[in-house]
Structures are given as structure tokens and as C-alpha cells.
Design a binder for this molecule. Structure first.
Ligand SMILES: *[C@@H]1O[C@H](CO)[C@@H](O)[C@H](O)[C@H]1NC(C)=O
Ligand SMILES: *[C@@H]1O[C@H](CO)[C@@H](O)[C@H](O)[C@H]1NC(C)=O
Ligand SMILES: *[C@@H]1O[C@H](CO)[C@@H](O)[C@H](O)[C@H]1NC(C)=O
Length: 260
């Protein structure tokens, strides 16, 4: 009984010694290799392409801005141990993502919520393009952009950025978005699976629901709206977008960054 116990102790000790040895040698080996950690380089430049949530930002079809969405429900000055706030925010506020259940009842009931969105599509190489400023995104405009096959993620910067629409209090229906023929052209002629845009809807106001239907009908394309694309050079980046894991939600605030 006693010998068995000491044997076990010895084996455990032996094992942890080996593990420590392997870890130390491994780490020592890769830390000296460069300024990264074990071959993973430090990100050089991170560009934040999410808007700050604040009460003066525009809200869908509202002329009064988003308004107060954060409320201190317990506070230190009122005798609580900590300050403690509650958030009440429309799921499609600021920089946000749409899930298929947003415009399809059957997808909503089948559970295709924001938590079902593929992180492989929301993260990876992306192209930031400037869209011609004189019209909405039609099939002709899409054609003129010459986006190569194989490009799976595109962020479309439009007149919305020049007009600073995301910085206005009032919702503006004259924003630029995809017309239904532009959306169809994208689906039929490109490999794009992540579509990013710089105002609260990917679809022009006049083609609101039909355009959403085109993008979301096959559950292959993910739409990110309300991106902050000011002062970012056109080009190739690595995009990283992470929605909140809100069960049952057809939309969610999303934090997106570009890494150069
Ligand atoms: C806690 O809330 C009070 C308002 O009751 C505020 O004045 C204070 O700055 C808050 N403290 C922190 C740490 O946020
Ligand atoms: C603290 O309590 C006072 C008095 O009840 C109230 O007027 C105030 O709104 C409270 N503040 C917070 C942050 O809860
Ligand atoms: C885009 O379409 C909207 C209506 O959805 C319209 O008000 C706006 O003027 C159009 N923008 C351009 C640049 O043509």
C-alpha cells in the first residue's frame, strides 16, 4: 500500500519534470527567434473600423439619434459596492451584423441567429474598395469595380463616408447602398462572402428588403453594416469581426478591426 503510493508520487513528479523541461526548452527555443512569440508576429498596425456607441449616433429611421442606451442601475455614490450599468440597445445599432433570421422568418425559427455566423468568413483577408460616388451600388457599378475572383471579403466605402452620415444624429434615407441588381451581380459573378458597408444598411433604402433577401437567402453571405472606413487607404488587409454570442438574436453589435 505504502510502496504503491510512493511509486505514484514518484511517477507524478517525474511527469511534471518532463513537462516543465519540454515547456522551457520549447519556449526558450522560439522566444529567441524574433520579436514575436513562438513564430507568431506582433500585429504591426491595427485600424479600428467600428464606431463608438454613443447616444448621439444615428438610429434606424429615427430623427432623434440613438438616445440613452446605458443606465447606471446601482452606484457607489448611492451605497453600492460597485457601479453597475444596464444596456438597452436595438440589435442593429452602430457597427453591427445581420443574421439570416433578420429577413427570413423560417431562418429565424430554425435558429440561424448571430451565434450561427461563421467566424471563418468574419475573419480573414479582405479588400477595401472605393465605390464611384455618383450612384448606388448597381450591377454596372459592381462590374466596374473589377473585383477579382477568389476575393471573399470586401468592404465597400461609399459616399456615406464622405457625407459623414454615421456622425449625424438624424437617420438619412438618401444613404448609398446596394440596389437589388447590384446584389444579384455580386452573388452571381464573385466569390464574395463578407460584405461590409459604411452606413446602417447594406441595401439602398428604395430596395431595402429585396436586396437583403438576395444576400441572405443562401446563408452564405454575411453582412456587416455601419463600418467606420474614414481615413483608411484602399487595399488589402486582414479583417477581424466578432459578433456577440446572443442566442436568438437576428442582429448584434460587432467589433471589427483591420490588421495591416
Ligand atoms: C460610479 O458612479 C458615479 C455616479 O453615481 C460616478 O460619479 C462615478 O464616476 C462612477 N465611478 C466609476 C469608477 O465609474
Ligand atoms: C442615487 O440616488 C438618488 C436619490 O435616490 C437618485 O436621485 C439618483 O438618481 C441615484 N443615482 C444613481 C446613479 O442611481
Ligand atoms: C441612392 O438611393 C437613395 C434611395 O435609396 C437615393 O435617395 C440616393 O440619392 C441615391 N444615391 C445616389 C448617389 O444616387
Amino acid at each position: 500500500m505504502k510502496t504503491k503510493f510512493t511509486m505514484k508520487m514518484k511517477v507524478n513528479k517525474y511527469c511534471s519534470l518532463i513537462i516543465t523541461f519540454v515547456l522551457c526548452v520549447g519556449l526558450a527555443g522560439c522566444v529567441v527567434e524574433g520579436d514575436g512569440f513562438c513564430g507568431v508576429p506582433e500585429a504591426t498596425t491595427i485600424i479600428d473600423i467600428s464606431h463608438r456607441y454613443h447616444s448621439d449616433m444615428p438610429a434606424w429611421e429615427s430623427k432623434d439619434s440613438l438616445g440613452q442606451f446605458l443606465r447606471l442601475t446601482r452606484s457607489i455614490s448611492n451605497g453600492s459596492l460597485a457601479n453597475f450599468s444596464e444596456i438597452k440597445l436595438p440589435a442593429h445599432s452602430g457597427t453591427h451584423v445581420d443574421a439570416p433570421g433578420h429577413v427570413f422568418d423560417h431562418y429565424f425559427h430554425a435558429g440561424f441567429d448571430v451565434d450561427s455566423l461563421d467566424l471563418q468568413i468574419l475573419n480573414g483577408p479582405t479588400l477595401l474598395v472605393d465605390v464611384p460616388r455618383h450612384e448606388n451600388i448597381t450591377a454596372d457599378v459592381m462590374k466596374s469595380l473589377n473585383i477579382p475572383k477568389g476575393v471573399r471579403r470586401v468592404l465597400f466605402r461609399t459616399l456615406n463616408t464622405d457625407r459623414r452620415l454615421m456622425y449625424q444624429k438624424q437617420f438619412d434615407t438618401s444613404y448609398v447602398g446596394f440596389m437589388v441588381d447590384g446584389a444579384n451581380w455580386l452573388v452571381e459573378n464573385t466569390d464574395i462572402k463578407l460584405v461590409g458597408i459604411d452606413y446602417l444598411s447594406v441595401a439602398a433604402f428604395d430596395d431595402l428588403i429585396p436586396t437583403h433577401h438576395v444576400f441572405l437567402k443562401d446563408r452564405e453571405i454575411i453582412i456587416v453594416e455601419g463600418l467606420k472606413l474614414d481615413d483608411v487607404a484602399v487595399g488589402i488587409y486582414s479583417v477581424h469581426c466578432l459578433p456577440l454570442r446572443l442566442a436568438g438574436a437576428e442582429g448584434s453589435p460587432i467589433r471589427c478591426i483591420l490588421i495591416k
